[in-house]
Design a protein around this ligand. Structure first.
Ligand code: FMN
Length: 167
């Protein structure tokens, strides 16, 4: 048994480091959540917090750090898109978490002209409307309703213990 992570066990208060180590043990799919703002600008952020919430009605949820630069734009739009990244898209996962760059540069995006953009080469695209916003500590929880989705036959990108992996 690999005991290298046992050192993060704690019997006291959970420090941010312990919390990060523990939650980093949960393998997560990697998404890029995107919007088109009212003034036709594109925004997108890498997120592992995206998950399913309800089957009927079909609801999803994700959370965005309240101090994120795009927080107000991402949480005030009616629609958002989710591109679930594929194994080959580690570069995009990093790009959509990098500040002060044009994250959409040279990307052949898909989607309706007035809707959220979807990233080419993703595993799946999900078109959502914003249903509810909830407070979640230092994050805002966004609940979305799924309207359309497409799935492609490619392998997933995963994030586990601070690094990207593929199955
Ligand atoms: C693998 C990975 C997963 C992430 N998941 C989230 C997430 O679920 N929620 C979040 O707010 N930030 C998450 N981030 C950080 C954001 O992508 C990053 O802070 C981004 O720059 C925020 O965009 P903005 O500040 O330009 O609006 C993640 C970053 C990485 C690399």
């Amino acid at each position: 048994m690999d005991m290298s992570f046992s050192r993060v066990m704690t019997d006291g208060p959970v420090t941010p480091e312990t919390y990060r180590n523990v939650m980093g043990s949960l393998p997560a799919g990697v998404c890029v959540i995107t919007i088109r703002s009212a003034d036709n600008r594109l925004h997108g952020v890498t997120a592992t917090s995206f998950t399913s919430l309800s089957l009927d009605p079909p609801l999803v949820q994700w959370s965005l750090r309240r101090e994120a630069w795009s927080h107000d734009q991402m949480t005030t739009v009616e629609r958002f898109g989710v591109s679930i990244l594929s194994a080959e898209q580690e570069e995009l996962a990093r790009r959509f978490a990098t500040p002060m760059i044009d994250r959409f540069e040279a990307l052949d995006i898909h989607g309706e002209p007035d809707g959220p953009p979807f990233l080419p080469g993703a595993q799946a695209w999900i078109d959502c409307s914003t249903e509810t916003l909830l407070p979640g500590g230092d994050h805002t929880i966004v609940v979305g309703r799924v309207h359309e989705a497409q799935v492609f036959d490619v392998r997933p990108l995963l994030f586990w213990r601070g690094a990207f992996h593929s199955v």
